[in-house]
Design a protein around this ligand. Structure first.
Ligand code: NAD
Ligand code: UD1
Length: 345
């Protein structure tokens, strides 16, 4: 038995996680409603894997459906015995979550409850969950460790924090059985260096990196930088950007750690431990991709903070996991994915 279930496996992060699993000889089963991804992703993942290994057997399966659909999940679990579940399916837009909280609670929390119920029913009690650094409250700490205060300031963050709470309750109800790891991602960017898989663009994008791509491609005239008066090196916001391939390998490391250890629940940051300012990211992007990014400073964005950088000592220590790619790699690989969706160039 080497089957792993990946919810949200055709999405941005999920597709990279699936690729890493395949490269380590797991049989991958994806559950995805395709609300924010395409079924073609499976073919692209196989293309990348086959280029490297030249092995063409069928070892990835896409089950199209919604994690809120209990019957659908029941069917999959009744036909397959999974080693572990990596749960990434969910909605992730901060602004949308504020406008439509019911939908976010229903999908993120409701869908997760459904999944955990079925996992319990079929005694599949190994889980890696996609959490987010957005659950941490504002802090002056130079590096944010896992014991920092949990105080989300938006609906999306609240759904993530609540799922973590629920998982704590589930773990304590059966402490000898569940193995759970909440991975708190910092800022994932970049793509697989083939340029074949990447993030489905939302338009206009809320996040910095997809916006950089649009400016570099000429679709957007300039980047608006939200504030140059932050208490940081150059006055612009500092974040901990992590290459999505390093993030993906962190999931495999977490899953393997859980499988080879006693039941437990863990919260683990995945970042690089290094901060990069908006201006530094812009300059690096220009340099490595040989392009110009016009920008203008505007006022701060509501809800922003000056700096969020992860303390990644725990992941280093227990998973023996270390991110390998730097900001230049992220900018090069991130620019290779030029899928601007419905946006006309
Ligand atoms: P994504 O939107 O690319 O992937 C999510 C996938 O889940 C999509 O393929 C979507 O179709 C699927 N999905 C959504 N609702 C579903 C449902 N009800 N049933 C089945 N499938 C459903 O997003 P991503 O960036 O890959 O994020 C993956 C996970 O990581 C999410 O849970 C997100 O909250 C979390 N996360 C993302 C970031 C980030 O910056 N991208 C940061 C922190 C945490
Ligand atoms: C944002 C969300 C966070 C979410 C994360 C991943 C907010 C306040 N925070 O985090 O909850 O978990 O995305 O989806 O929305 N910037 C610009 N111009 C832009 C876009 C961004 O200057 O057009 C700056 C921001 O001010 C910030 C940095 O770039 O300093 C990174 O922004 P972004 O990519 O949106 O990530 P976060 O703010 O970390």
């Amino acid at each position: 038995m080497n089957k792993v279930l990946v919810t949200g496996g055709t999405g941005f992060i999920g597709s990279h996680v699936c690729l890493c699993l395949l490269e380590q000889d797991y049989e991958v089963h994806i559950v995805d409603s395709l609300i924010n991804s395409s079924p073609n992703v499976v073919q692209k993942i196989l293309e990348i894997k086959n280029l490297k290994t030249k092995i063409f057997e069928k070892d990835i399966f896409l089950h199209i459906g919604d994690i809120r659909d209990e019957k659908f999940l029941n069917q999959i679990f009744s036909e397959n015995e999974f080693l572990s579940v990596i749960h990434l399916a969910g909605l992730k837009s901060v602004s949308e979550s504020t406008e439509n909280p019911l939908q976010y609670w229903e999908v993120n929390l409701g869908g997760s409850i459904n999944l955990f119920k079925i996992m319990k029913k079929y005694c599949c009690k190994n889980l890696v969950f996609s959490s987010s650094a957005t659950i941490y409250g504002n802090t002056d700490k130079k590096l944010i460790d896992e014991n920092s205060e949990i105080k989300p300031i938006n609906t999306y963050g609240e759904t993530k924090a609540s799922i973590e709470n629920l998982l704590k309750n589930i773990y304590h109800s059966e402490e000898k059985e569940w193995k759970i790891c909440n991975l708190r991602y910092f800022n994932p960017i970049g793509n697989h260096n083939s340029g074949l898989i990447g993030e489905k663009p939302s338009y206009p994008p809320n996040n910095l990196f997809p916006y950089l791509n649009l400016v570099a491609s000429g679709i957007k005239e300039k980047l608006l930088i939200f504030g140059n008066d932050w208490p940081t090196e150059d006055g612009t916001g500092v974040r901990d950007y992590i290459h999505v391939m390093d993030l993906a390998s962190g999931h495999i490391a977490a899953m393997k750690y859980l499988m080879s250890n006693k039941p437990r629940i863990l919260n683990v940051n995945l970042g690089t431990g290094k901060g990069t300012s908006v201006l530094k990211l812009v300059k690096t992007f220009e340099e490595v991709n040989k392009c110009k990014i016009p920008y203008e400073f505007v006022s701060r964005r509501t809800g922003d903070v000056a700096r969020t950088v992860a303390d990644i000592n725990l992941a280093n220590k227990i998973f023996d996991w270390f991110p390998e790619r730097n900001i230049s790699d992220m900018c090069i690989d991130g620019w290779k994915w030029k899928n601007f969706g419905h946006v006309s160039i």
